[in-house]
Design a binder for this molecule. Structure first.
Ligand code: FSX
Ligand code: SF4
Length: 313
């Protein structure tokens, strides 16, 4: 599917390659390789099938903020986006037929956003097909599988305490189905657009990235937020904020930075403008395996300490 036919000049192209090399922590000498990677996919060699399960679609919304290469350039030049439930215009039987055709041809990269409701398959359908069955068909022919977001990577919000639909992660689903396919996890609720674009580009050119034991690419998730936090000197000096808006380390307000692997404080969000801690909020640990935690997790409390049950009362 081509969304728009934009031309990209060499300067923009190398600029993107340089940024990707930088976000991998590569030397300048690697820029050529990354440019080659983008060139490979630009020439139409990287069909991508993007499926959505139980999610809020925030991961796709986050991807729209990719920069400096626009999302249109990414979708129309870097990858051949064959189908995406939110972006594609096809609906109903037409969409179902289109996805079936893509799966039958095989040889695509499968990106999955959202958790898998194995305990209640009818909770998530694509036309008349259960999402679980769609995955059973789509995973085996894929060249690689990438789970985008915490829901797909680890279960996330749909699998939070209570979990009425018996949701599990895509990784757990692949294991449960005994499908032999590596799955790269790009957790975050939502994940940073650089993590998505950078991982896809890496897979296309270099194959699977180096990952930690939970499938996260080390190039983005190697160190904790705490280790890279501008408030770390306050933590060392035991200068803790007592309420939101205070200066100082947010640890005593529930900051999850010490146990959360991601590079938000260095990379920044919204085009390099801000991140949770810089804006005065705690790290909620959205890239951790057990996010979003039990219902007594402080994230669900109003400031002032009301219990979760009293939030709306
Ligand atoms: Fe989950 Fe993504 Fe959070 Fe939402 O699709 S990671 S709820 S931002 O959108 O899956
Ligand atoms: Fe660590 Fe959070 Fe304090 Fe930063 S604000 S130093 S991440 S506990």
């Amino acid at each position: 599917m081509m969304l728009l036919d934009l031309k990209i000049n060499r300067r923009d192209f190398l600029g993107t390659a340089a940024r990707l090399a930088a976000l991998y922590g590569m030397q300048n000498t690697a820029i050529g390789q990354v440019a080659e990677a983008l060139g490979t996919v630009t020439s139409g060699g990287a069909p991508v099938l993007w499926l959505q399960g139980q999610s809020c679609s925030g991961c796709s919304v986050s991807l729209l903020d990719t920069y400096p290469r626009s999302i249109v350039q990414f979708l129309t030049h870097d990858i051949q986006l064959k189908f995406h439930q939110t972006l594609s215009s096809a609906t109903g039987h037409v969409a179902t037929a289109s996805v079936k055709e893509i799966i039958a041809k095989g040889d695509y990269y499968l990106v999955v956003e959202g958790a898998v409701p194995v305990g209640m398959p009818a909770a998530c359908r694509f036309d008349n097909q259960f999402f679980t069955d769609q995955l059973r068909q789509a995973i085996p022919p894929a060249k690689a599988v990438i789970s985008v977001g915490s829901c797909s990577s680890y279960g996330g919000i749909p699998a939070a305490e209570g979990n009425p639909t018996g949701s599990i992660s895509l990784r757990a689903f692949i294991k449960q189905e005994k499908i032999d396919k590596p799955c790269i996890a790009i957790p975050g609720c939502p994940p940073h657009p650089d993590w998505i674009v950078g991982t896809v580009a890496h897979v296309l050119k270099f194959g699977l990235p180096a990952m930690d034991h939970d499938g996260r690419p080390l190039m983005f998730y190697r160190r904790t937020i705490h280790d890279q936090c501008p408030r770390y000197p306050d933590y060392e000096r035991k200068n803790f904020a007592k309420q939101f808006g205070d200066e100082g380390c947010l640890f005593k307000l529930g900051c999850q930075g010490p146990v959360t692997y991601a590079d938000c404080t260095i990379r920044k969000w919204n085009g390099g403008v801000n991140d949770c801690i810089a804006s005065g909020g705690c790290c909620t640990g959205c890239t951790t395996v057990d996010y979003p935690r039990p219902k007594d997790f402080p994230m669900y409390y109003e400031v002032g300490g009301h219990s979760p049950g009293s939030i709306n009362s």
